[in-house]
Design a protein around this ligand. Structure first.
Ligand SMILES: NC(=O)c1ccc[n+]([C@@H]2O[C@H](COP(=O)([O-])OP(=O)(O)OC[C@H]3O[C@@H](n4cnc5c(N)ncnc54)[C@H](O)[C@@H]3O)[C@@H](O)[C@H]2O)c1
Length: 266
């Protein structure tokens, strides 16, 4: 059941690949709360086709965009404003991909060309998105921009590899650009640091299923689900959080504050 928290608002959701994607749940919840959204993903992901099912269900348009391409981002934002008949209230960056992890390169033997691609897709794309939206004057007053991140930005999780540095960069972009967006139009920019979640990107990390169980035991509330993450994103897009900006917000059942949990020793 919706509460009308996003009634009349417009938004762009990146990263819904299949029904397990966190962005898929966020898109569903945003529409349930009254938003009009545009879905986007890389052309290669769109060819897999599942996103069409979501678009039909939500009566949303899909605009392809490789998030590393300024041309694609410009087209996406301009076209979205045309569809909405005005500016945009919120955007979700839910994008992550590591070339070295995908190609099973060890952290002590990384390929630096691949690393650049990883950073471009997973972090620099967030800056590109915000810069393009600013140049096009695309955000409404008091809008909200979010990106999804992981605690490996602050602590060491060896199998997360170069994605740790990608997330550190992503979170830093949220703080730095958050200043400029606040000054320009009172727009909030935050990152949500989510629990391990069973998705295509999540499951690509070595030892994911064992780690998922460990994190669940370490978190007093248990791992936060993708549905719960969608609820949190809705709250952050709504008018109820207008003074939260330039923050990295942990949505992890308490994991980030724990030192030791007796449950892990059982
Ligand atoms: N799953 C987890 O355990 C977990 C935990 C914390 C944070 N996150 C973050 O959540 C976000 C969403 O991931 P997910 O777990 O839902 O997995 P997912 O695989 O469903 O989503 C990743 C998305 O990134 C898109 N993408 C890749 N390259 C792109 C490009 N060049 N241009 C545009 N889109 C591109 C993919 O097509 C896909 O839709 C990521 O930032 C991820 O790091 C995931």
């Amino acid at each position: 059941m919706g509460y009308g928290l996003l009634k009349g608002k417009t938004g762009i959701i990146f990263g819904a690949l299949d029904h397990k994607s966190i962005a898929w749940k966020v898109a569903e919840r945003c529409v349930e709360e009254g938003a009009h959204i545009v879905l986007t993903n890389a052309p290669v992901a769109l060819r897999m086709g599942e996103i069409n099912e979501l678009a039909t269900k939500l009566k949303s348009e899909i605009i392809p965009a490789d998030a590393t391409s300024l041309e694609d981002l410009e087209h996406l934002i301009s076209k979205s404003m045309e569809i909405f008949g005005g500016k945009i209230d919120f955007m979700l960056h839910s994008i992550g991909m590591s070339v070295n992890v995908r190609k099973k390169k060890e952290y002590t033997d990384l390929n630096y060309e691949w690393m650049k691609t990883t950073f471009d897709i997973s972090a620099i794309s967030f800056h590109k998105l915000m810069q393009t939206a600013m140049k096009l004057d695309a955000m409404n007053q008091s809008g909200s921009i979010l990106a999804l991140t992981y605690i490996a930005a602050q602590r060491t999780f060896p199998d997360y590899s170069e994605m740790a540095e990608s997330k550190a960069l992503l979170e830093s972009f949220a703080r730095s650009f958050g200043y400029h967006w606040a000054k320009k139009a009172g727009v909030r920019v935050n990152t949500i640091s989510q629990s391990p979640t069973v998705t295509t990107a999540g499951s690509g990390v070595k030892g994911f299923s064992d780690f998922f169980g460990y994190a669940d035991k370490m978190s007093p509330l248990g791992n936060a689900s993708s549905d719960a993450c969608a609820d949190y994103c809705v709250a952050m897009f709504s008018d109820l959080t207008k003074y939260v900006t330039m923050q990295n917000l942990f949505h992890d059942g308490g994991f980030s504050s724990m030192g030791m949990a007796p449950e892990v020793l059982d």
